[in-house]
Design a protein around this ligand. Structure first.
Ligand SMILES: NC(=O)c1ccc[n+]([C@@H]2O[C@H](COP(=O)([O-])OP(=O)(O)OC[C@H]3O[C@@H](n4cnc5c(N)ncnc54)[C@H](O)[C@@H]3O)[C@@H](O)[C@H]2O)c1
Length: 352
């Protein structure tokens, strides 16, 4: 990334032990930031956080975002200048199984974080990561815009819409207080890219099926999603964070960071490209499943026009990079090296 605005800056990432958080920790530490993190311990095996030794780059505190005192302790102790809030229960199907846990984590967790920020005195900027799923479903749209109504059919989606409302309330209620942080929200699509081993996600499910030499069972092959390489939304979060740190009050708003419209493809198309790379077959799982949105598309023209952000990798490139990441991981390559290689390549693309 061109900018060195993060060099020497104190940055707190909530959810640093997760998939996006691990990549973001590595990227920010490469940019010279003093990175701290607050999250639960990694709960997948393997986990990118452990495999890529992210803890060597992060001052880590393990804690629960639902525990307001612990969150306040983390924010006061690390005294960050900027916070990237990623900690969440991020899975749609787990949202159906554990709705209260999902709302407590995603809604009250966001409120706990923003209240700790409000009382901290150190924080100048916050990027709250929500989701493309925060919008009220509209089957006629060519792509959700930031001005579209919030909604959310299932508990996960509704919890992310509610996190948007919480953020908006904090901005409206406390944004004019002296020294108040500038707070933005970021809504991105379905990320791929290597190192994700969460349950109930497409690429990790394909990887696990390949490992067990069984066909992968795919629930919604016709579902269309805004697939993107993980570095795409992260570059948006970083750019947004820079604007906020620079005092740009207009950036304290909601932002979509999705792929190009042509790259919003069906699960089936993604499987057709990815399965040969991972050496696995897939089959349609026709057993009844909890409802999920049929089509999700994001319109990111606001970020393009006002932040100068746009995706750098096509979907084909993102798929190739992802397949290659897992293949090289399986062959014994160092996951941290693989991530740094991708980050360097992404930075080169941006410079071009
Ligand atoms: N992965 C995607 O495709 C995608 C798409 C849209 C939005 N998002 C959002 O991006 C963020 C990161 O997602 P991810 O894919 O890295 O998920 P992940 O499951 O890999 O990581 C989630 C992180 O949140 C932490 N966390 C969960 N519950 C917590 C709690 N109670 N207290 C403290 N920490 C807790 C976990 O420890 C982990 O560090 C989430 O907010 C998610 O909703 C992800």
């Amino acid at each position: 990334m061109r900018s060195s605005r993060y060099a020497g800056r104190r940055v707190l990432i909530t959810g640093h032990t997760g998939f996006k958080g691990s990549w973001l920790s590595l990227w920010l530490s490469r940019l010279g930031a003093r990175v701290s993190g607050f999250a639960l311990a990694p709960d997948t095996e393997p986990s990118l956080y452990v495999a890529a030794r992210v803890d060597e780059r992060v001052d880590s505190m393990i804690g629960d975002i639902r525990d307001a005192d612990r969150v306040a302790e983390a924010v006061a102790g690390f005294a960050p200048e900027i916070v990237f809030h990623l900690a969440a229960q991020p899975l749609v199907r787990r949202g159906y199984a554990e709705p209260l846990h999902t709302f407590a984590t995603n809604v009250m967790g966001t409120a706990n974080l923003l209240d700790a920020v409000r009382r901290s005195g150190s924080v100048k900027a916050v990027v709250v990561v929500t989701s493309d799923k925060c919008y009220r479903e509209d089957t006629n749209t060519f792509g959700y815009r930031e001005t579209d109504p919030l909604g959310g059919h299932d508990p996960y989606a509704a919890s992310k819409a509610a996190a948007e409302l919480v953020t908006s309330a904090w901005r409206a209620s406390f944004g004019n207080c002296p020294g108040a942080a500038l707070i933005a929200t970021a809504r991105a699509g379905n990320v791929i890219g290597g190192g994700d081993w969460a349950s109930d996600r497409l690429i990790p499910d394909l990887w696990r099926a390949a490992r067990s030499k069984r066909p992968a069972l795919i629930r919604n092959p016709a579902a269309v999603r805004p697939w993107q390489h993980v570095l795409e939304p992260l570059s948006g979060y970083l750019l947004l964070g820079e604007r906020l740190l620079g005092g740009d009050a207009e950036a304290a708003d909601a932002w979509n960071f999705g792929p190009a419209l042509a790259d919003m493809e069906s699960v089936e198309k993604l499987c057709q490209s990815m399965c040969p790379r991972l050496g696995v077959e897939w089959r349609y799982d026709r057993t009844p499943q909890p409802r999920e949105a049929a089509v999700l598309r994001l319109d990111s023209s606001k970020a393009a026009m006002r932040l100068g952000w746009r995706p750098r990798f096509s979907l084909d490139e993102a798929i190739a990079l992802t397949g290659d990441w897992y293949a090289r991981f399986d062959a014994g390559e160092d996951p941290r090296g693989l991530c740094i290689e991708r980050i360097e390549r992404y930075e080169q693309c941006r410079r071009r």
